[in-house]
Design a binder for this molecule. Sequence first.
Ligand code: LLP
Length: 439
Amino acid sequence: MFPFHLWPLTAHFYRGRLYLRHLDLADVATELGTPLYLYDATTIEHAIAAYRRGLRAWPGEARLAYAAKAWFTLAMAQFLDRRRLGLEVVSEGELAIAEAAGFPPESIHVHGNNKSPALLRRALELGVGAIVLDNLDELDRLEVLAAAQGLTTSQAIWLRLNPDLVAPTHPYRQTGHYGAKFGLSPDEALTAAGRIARHPDLKLVGVHVHIGSQIFDLEPILAACERLIELATALRQRGHVIRFLSPGGGLGQPYHPDDPRFDLVQAVERVARHCAEVWERQNGRIEPPTLVLEPGRSLIARAGVALYTVGSVRRLADGSRIVAVDGSMADNIRPALYGARYTACLPARPLDAASGPCRIVGPLCESGDVLLPAVALPDVRPGDILAVPVSGAYQLSMASNYNAALAPAVYWLEDDHLLLIQRRQRPADLLQRDLPLPP
Ligand code: LLP
């Protein structure tokens, strides 16, 4: 069975070849050059709709804010704004891209465990929707900067809670355990709230928690929601008005045919319903705050397909093959960094019988440059196009120029239009920041 649930919604077969809408994937990759990333807008729309449906289980207002770190460009920022999503950014760079796209600052909230003074200053200047306070040292800086800035209205602040919970995911993606670098303990949160209340240019309006990413078992997320609402309740009882409640992002995304299936609508509904129950239990008929979810991966991972050209095939004595393609750990570090597992196919003959396992490697100068350690493929020849689905999140946003590898071109498929939204990097781009030594 071909795992269509891992491919964009527009994927289908026509005459034995794999298409997205009218695009023959193998042909388009050959024509436009590889490595190439395609994003299917319909698949993103569908994920947004799934979130919005699930959020109906929350009795108050609900908002969706995209976590820019998953993948962010000018076009993506415009797309999100047109669909009235909010945005979560963590750096001056992400904020600058949002600004360039004309993204409304009031729909942006700013995260980060060590926000730079430049980021804080810019966020205050723009009057972003919220700065999410991560620690008390940051509050020291924020108090000074806000006072110095001569703000016309006070800056909205959320508190990020460290709930002391371990998320069931790769350790690099756990963010909510004791000892993690993120968030305030409940005591620190209460201290911060008191200080914010005394500052004329800051106002506390929300609380936030995010325990990690790529989570399929919702129980720890529900537990985090309970601790978050406990904090909101404690703050309310001390006279603070909490208008925003954000249980972060982190919902899981299947990448491999063996991964568990995950129903996004049901998962979002479960989180929203649980929050509603806990809110009511603790706060009775007090009006519920706005619930803000901030997903990254589950909105865009499935929309992205990476396309590579095979350059060489080495056959080993055990019958397996090493297939070298023109993409690498420079455009997808996830297998090397987290042991992330993917699947792949030859889009020109996706249904041909497999003739044994292939290790898909890139051209970089280390043996860790592996995209797929083992995938069953039919006969593969140099010049073939290889397609890797679920490539939309945390690949290009984590890309590097190791070995001076050039970043791939990115195309956007919306309705029947295929648009270039990020051109392929050129060697001249790499030289742009470099300055020569004097003669
Ligand atoms: N909110 C906060 C505060 C976050 O730190 C993150 C992700 C998100 C939301 C979005 O989480 P998502 O819905 O995308 O799971 N590089 C890793 C993932 C790191 C996630 C970082 N924070 C990977 O490739 O698996």
